[in-house]
Design a protein around this ligand. Structure first.
Ligand code: NAI
Ligand code: MG
Length: 487
């Protein structure tokens, strides 16, 4: 039994209460580890370490070049342990190993991207109507509290820590209680590159205790949160008490819009990949498929035929295309939406847990498709976060845009058409932050990630992502060598 420890102030430590939580393999229910269950006091110690490291440690004296080099070393460290990291996320979270390998490569690339960007942060010099020099300098925002979800355990840690460290911040990272293992391995890598003590701290524990302690601590300058809408609202309210900077990403109910003139086979592929990659446990999943009426029946037929290729199985098997859901509790939530869907739409395929003895111990759900759904239905409005696709017919561009935008969310979406003018025209009308034309899901470390509306605010990744880890200061330098003479 592994008993990993937390990383606080450069030390490996258990929770002060010595409490632990079982970390479970959702494919087998095997207990993989007992991770420390951080109390508010543990989080407070981590924040204190991050505060001291920011205010008076050697970190503040590092140059951007030093920090950039460290981030390149982190990327190398990740690549050196790539197989182990991928297997850990796959085992702990249930995602197919092939997808986990992509995540690990992406995480290394993310640290490298920010390693390069560290030296490109710069301010400005302004022309002002005075004999003065007005300079704008960028400074790290300070201590950041970073709370991440379980669907991309390592990658979300990279998205959070990469820009924070490039900017010169110090951090307390709290992985999701279900999936702490790869973040703790990342802490080992960070320890091996000799980051000064306290610059990064990783605390494991649940949301309402450890997460809440992080968000409410007045010594934390900024909160970066990725997770569900309900939790996001709590985080925003709590962080407001101490006027923290915030960047918030809260999921979506994303429209994947297929016009009749699209490359049909490509659109079918995109519809399935958009909805079912990572078991559908993706904030940007194309969970609402909007199909033009002219090709609606043909599309349903093609989905039904091709969905059979999504092979459920052991996440560590390279042939597996879909693993189990993250926990029994989450599966219950998804199954309850499927029951709602049976009243709200026409069940095309799936509809429950697979009846296969080899999968009986895992939290599996069949890829499920509902056709003929009204966009006002709950399964079209609420984020299910599982392998459930809702298909909605539409007639013409205007209706497509209206339905696409008829959601409280605004994270992602896609359009499939061979008419590039229409493609761009429709994409420009969709109120969401991440959009694709004739593809679904590719994301880039270079490009801004985040949502409109209730999908949150602030952007991660790219140069946009580092903005939220920087303060902006003006310094006005008087060039007149004489008293002001006002009085
Ligand atoms: P959650 O939003 O509760 O958990 C995300 C993170 O927030 C975890 O690290 C958790 O420990 C932390 N957290 C929970 N309560 C907190 C609190 N009061 N203060 C501070 N931190 C807190 O997500 P959960 O419960 O696992 O899933 C619920 C739903 O949220 C899912 O069904 C899905 O719809 C959505 N979700 C969206 C994600 C996204 O990528 N946008 C990721 C995970 C879940
Ligand atoms: Mg929760």
């Amino acid at each position: 039994m592994r008993e990993p420890r937390m990383w606080i102030d450069g030390e490996w430590t258990t929770a002060r209460s010595r409490g632990t939580r079982e970390v479970v393999n959702p494919a087998s229910q095997e207990v993989l580890a007992r991770a420390p269950e951080a109390t508010a006091e543990d989080v407070s110690a981590a924040v204190g370490a991050a505060r001291a490291a920011f205010d008076s440690g050697p970190w503040g004296k590092t140059t951007a070049q030093d920090r950039g080099k460290l981030l390149f070393e982190v990327a190398r460290g990740i690549r050196a342990r790539a197989a182990e990291l991928a297997a850990t996320d796959s085992r702990n979270m249930g995602k197919p190993i092939v997808e986990a390998e992509f995540d690990v490569a992406d995480a290394a690339n993310c640290f490298e991207y920010y390693g390069g960007l560290a030296t490109k942060i710069h301010g400005d010099t302004l022309n002002v109507p005075d004999n003065a020099l007005s300079i704008v300098v960028r400074e790290p925002v300070g201590v950041v509290g970073q709370i991440i979800p379980w669907n991309y355990p390592l990658l979300m840690a990279a998205w959070k820590l990469g820009p924070a460290l490039a900017a010169g911040c110090t951090a307390v990272l709290k992985p999701a209680e279900q999936t702490p293992l790869s973040a703790l391995m990342l802490a080992e890598i960070l320890a091996s590159v000799e980051l000064p003590r306290g610059v990064v701290n990783v605390v494991t524990g649940d949301g309402p205790v450890a997460g809440a302690a992080l968000v409410s601590d007045p010594r934390v300058d900024k909160v970066a949160f990725t997770g569900g809408l309900e939790t996001g609202r709590i985080v925003i309210k709590t962080a407001a008490d101490t006027v923290k900077r915030m960047s918030i990403e809260l999921g979506g109910k994303n429209p994947n819009v297929v016009f009749a003139d699209a490359d049909f086979e490509a659109a079918v592929d995109g519809a399935l990949f958009g909805a079912f990659a990572n078991q559908g446990e993706v904030c940007s999943a194309g969970s609402r498929l909007l199909v033009e009426k002219k090709i609606y029946d043909r599309m349903l037929g093609a989905l039904l035929e091709k969905v059979t290729r999504i092979k459920l199985g052991d996440p560590l098997d390279r042939a597996t295309k879909m693993g189990p859901l993250v926990t029994a509790e989450h599966r219950e939530k998804v199954l309850s939406y499927i029951e709602i869907g049976k009243r709200e739409g026409r069940l095309l395929c799936g509809g429950g847990a697979p009846q296969r003895p080899d999968l009986a111990k895992g939290f599996y759900v069949e890829p499920t498709i509902f056709a003929d759904v009204d966009n006002r239905a709950r399964i079209a409005q609420e984020e299910i976060f599982g392998p459930v696709l809702t298909v909605i017919p539409f007639e013409g561009e205007e209706e497509a845009v209206r339905i696409a935008n008829d959601t409280p969310y605004g994270l992602a979406g896609a359009v499939w058409t061979r008419d590039v003018f229409r493609g761009i025209r429709v994409l420009r009308q969709i109120r969401a932050g991440i959009l694709w034309l004739n593809t679904y899901h590719p994301t880039y470390n270079e490009a801004p990630w985040g949502g409109y509306k209730q999908s949150g605010f602030g952007r991660e990744l790219g140069p946009y992502g580092i903005e939220h880890y920087l303060e902006t200061k003006q310094i006005n330098v008087n060039l007149t060598e004489a008293p002001l003479g006002w009085y």
